[in-house]
Design a protein around this ligand. Structure first.
Ligand code: GDD
Ligand code: MG
Length: 356
């Protein structure tokens, strides 16, 4: 089976982490997120993957090469200007070899899931569908594509609904599709196309068969820094399976050369040559390569970028520290604070408390 992986988005919501690295290449549970997706695809029997790239395309090919080391054939299609999700699918399909009636598995490059890909292909086959869409249920669907169904038939596709009347279901597009190859070949080439706003509504309008398949298992969009830390921790803890996790699931993942004198738990991963000082407690966090955390810090659900330093006695809760930033001793950074690359924060410069 062949597949297309969409990895061309800019990852704006993950700034400042994506200033240096495209979102899908950020380290999640010890390896770039895309490596988890490739391993899961391979496990489901996918042998060839076309990566639809745009922003910082070379970072992907430098790391994955022809895919041999990862057990799949990889090819790349680069968009000079982003072509949107539909345009990217059309463009990347040039790298596939399958026939017009064969299934093509398409993945958004930022979705962590325990999806049974084989079952989704089965649903597509059984309905003799043009497209099958993987759906999940969420409490607040506004940031996603809403996909109401009658039986298994998709009746509408409402991307990022704006008004309360548009919230007609809690079922959302979970970011994986099975396309009949010939349907991809009908997407216009060489101009931006949104699969969500143009292709899917167009197929429904034309009365084509689009089926939805709800999978109740694990699903997370890694669109925000906190979701990104959560997803990494969930892989480390084994709440969601990834064949690319280095080693067995457990409380933490500690890379070669890291020096941990404090305690790390709750699915924290600590990168190569990073340091966690004595008395520090780190949970649910991602500590990138070469980051240095001093003594007696408390770090929860946070991200510490490559080579960043955190002084003694700091508290970080849901904070994002970009590469190379320096946080002086005794700072307290809470809920969603983001520090940009190479910024220096003086000792005791910041203290947010919930009663202020
Ligand atoms: N190659 C390429 N070119 N890839 C792109 C482009 C492009 O122009 N634009 C976006 N992508 C990739 C992104 O890298 C990402 O992997 C995927 O397409 C989806 O784009 P996002 O920007 O992450 O979209 P979203 O999260 O707001 O919404 C999408 O995902 C939701 C589920 O997570 C939509 O598909 C929603 O309908 C869906 O519910
Ligand atoms: Mg997304």
């Amino acid at each position: 089976m062949e597949s297309i992986l969409l990895v061309g988005g800019k990852g704006t919501r993950l700034r400042p982490l994506t200033i240096n690295t495209p979102k899908p290449m950020l380290p999640v549970a010890g390896v770039p997120f895309t490596e988890h997706q490739i391993a899961l695809a391979r496990e489901a029997g996918i042998t060839r993957i076309a990566l639809g790239t745009s922003y910082r395309a070379e970072v992907f090919s430098d790391y994955f090469g022809d895919g041999q080391q990862f057990g799949v054939e990889l090819d790349y299609r680069v968009e000079d200007e982003p072509l949107g999700t539909g345009g990217a699918i059309r463009n990347a399909a040039d790298a596939l070899t399958c026939g017009p009636d064969d299934p093509v598995v398409v993945f958004n490059g930022d979705v962590l899931t325990g999806l049974d890909i084989g079952a989704l292909v089965g649903a597509w086959r059984e309905a003799d569908a043009d497209v099958a869409i993987y759906l999940t249920r969420v409490e607040d669907p506004r940031a996603f594509g809403l996909v109401p169904t009658v039986g298994d038939r998709v009746t509408a596709f409402l991307e990022k609904p704006q008004t309360p009347e548009e919230i007609v279901t809690d079922q959302i597009n979970a970011g994986c599709y099975i396309f009949r190859r010939s349907v991809i070949d009908q997407i216009p080439a060489d101009r931006p196309v949104s699969v969500e706003r143009e292709t899917f509504p167009g197929l429904l309008e034309a009365g084509r068969t689009v089926v939805g398949w709800v999978d109740p298992g694990y699903w997370l969009d890694l669109g925000t820094p906190l979701a990104f830390a959560r997803g990494s921790a969930d892989i480390v803890l084994g709440k969601v399976h990834s064949p690319a996790l280095p080693g067995e699931p457990g409380e933490s993942l500690i890379a070669t050369g890291a020096q941990v004198d404090g305690t790390v738990a709750g699915g924290t991963s600590v990168g190569c040559d990073a340091v966690v000082g004595a008395g520090s407690e780190v949970s649910g966090s991602v500590i990138f390569d070469g980051a240095q955390i001093g003594r007696d810090c408390v770090i929860e659900d946070s991200i510490v970028g490559a080579g960043a330093t955190i002084g003694d006695g700091c508290s970080l809760h849901s904070a994002v520290i970009a590469d190379g930033a320096r946080i002086g001793t005794g700072n307290e950074l809470l809920e969603g604070v983001r520090v940009w690359p190479d910024v220096t924060l003086q000792d005791c410069a910041v203290r947010f408390s919930s009663d202020q």
